[in-house]
Write a protein that binds this ligand. Structure first.
Ligand code: GLP
Length: 259
C-alpha cells in the first residue's frame, strides 16, 4: 500500500484524475471500477475534462441502492450519468451499475460478478470511504471474501448519505446491492481517494489499524497494488506520515506528480 498526501482536496483530486487518465491512455479498452459519493463529484468533473477517449472503456460501479429505479435522481445510475457518463464519449452499453431494482437480487448479484469476469476483470478500481469504514457498501462485518450481494446499511451510513436525500435520513434506502470486499480485492490496481477531516479517523484505522471486518477498508492492506490518496485533513490522524512523504518524494513512479 502507498499513501500519498497532498496539501488540499483539489491537489488530491487532481492527482487521482491524472492517474486515471494515464491508465485509460495506456489501455484504451480498460475496465474501470467506479465509485460514487460527494468526493467523487469533483474527481469526475476534472476527469471529464481530460483529453482522453472513453469509447472503448468498460465500467462497473461498486453499488446501488435497493428499490431505486435507474432514473431516480438519487440512484447511483443517475449520479453516474450526471457526473461522468454524459460528459464523456463513453458507450453506455459498456457501463454497468448493479441492478438494485431487480426482482431477484441474488440472481442480479451473480450476473454482476459474471459480467465483471466476462469483461476480463477490473483493471483499476476507484474507491471512496465511508465514515463507518465501508468501501462500496461493505458495512462493518462484511466478510473479507464477500462477493456482490445485498447488504443492510448502518445508521451511520444512512445519516452520512442523507444530504443526498434532502437531509431526510428516512428517505435513504435501508439496503444496497454492492460488490463484495473480495470482488474489490480482485482488481489489478486499487486507488482510494479521501478528503476532509471527517475521514481522518477512519483512514488511520483502515491504513494503520489491524485488518478487521469491522473496518472493510482495512482489507485493502492485503492488496499488492493499492494507492490511498488523501489530502492533509484526511491524513491528520496518520502516525507514519514521515515515511509516506519520503516515499512520495523519492519513488521514481511519483516524479511527474511532485510539485
Ligand atoms: C457512498 C458510497 C461509497 C463511498 C461513500 C463516500 O456511501 N457507497 O462507495 O465511498 O459514499 O461518500 P462521500 O464521498 O460523500 O464521503
Amino acid at each position: 500500500m502507498e499513501i500519498i498526501i497532498r496539501p488540499d482536496a483539489g491537489a488530491a483530486v487532481e492527482l487521482v484524475s491524472r492517474l486515471l487518465a494515464m491508465r485509460i491512455g495506456n489501455k484504451p479498452a480498460c475496465v474501470l471500477g467506479l465509485a460514487t459519493g460527494r468526493t467523487m463529484e469533483q474527481l469526475y468533473e476534472q476527469l471529464s475534462q481530460q483529453a482522453i477517449s472513453w469509447q472503448r472503456c468498460h465500467t462497473f460501479n461498486l453499488d446501488e441502492y435497493i428499490g431505486l429505479t435507474p432514473d431516480d435522481p438519487q440512484s447511483y445510475r443517475h449520479y453516474m450519468q450526471q457526473h461522468l457518463f454524459s460528459r464523456t464519449d463513453i458507450d453506455l452499453h459498456n457501463t454497468h451499475v448493479p441492478d438494485g431494482n431487480a426482482d431477484d437480487l441474488k440472481q442480479a448479484a451473480i450476473e454482476y460478478e459474471q459480467a465483471i469476469q466476462a469483461a476480463g476483470g477490473i483493471d483499476v478500481q476507484l474507491l471512496g470511504i465511508g465514515e463507518a469504514g465501508h468501501i462500496g457498501f461493505n458495512e462493518p462485518l462484511s466478510a473479507i471474501m464477500s462477493r456482490t450481494r445485498d447488504k443492510c446499511l448502518t445508521p451511520t451510513t444512512r445519516r452520512q448519505n442523507a444530504a443526498m436525500f434532502g437531509g431526510d435520513v428516512e428517505r435513504v434506502p435501508g439496503r444496497a446491492l454492492t460488490m463484495g470486499v473480495g470482488t474489490i480485492l480482485d482488481a489489478g490496481e486499487i486507488i482510494l481517494l479521501a478528503t476532509g477531516r471527517s475521514k481522518a479517523s477512519i483512514i488511520a484505522q483502515a491504513v494503520e489499524g489491524p485488518i478487521t471486518s469491522m473496518v472493510s477498508a482495512s482489507a485493502l492492506q492485503l492488496h499488492p497494488n493499492c494507492k490511498v490518496i488523501v489530502d492533509d485533513d484526511a491524513a491528520s490522524a496518520l502516525q507514519g506520515r514521515e515515511y509516506y512523504d519520503f516515499v512520495f518524494h523519492n519513488e521514481p513512479e511519483w516524479a511527474e506528480f511532485r510539485d
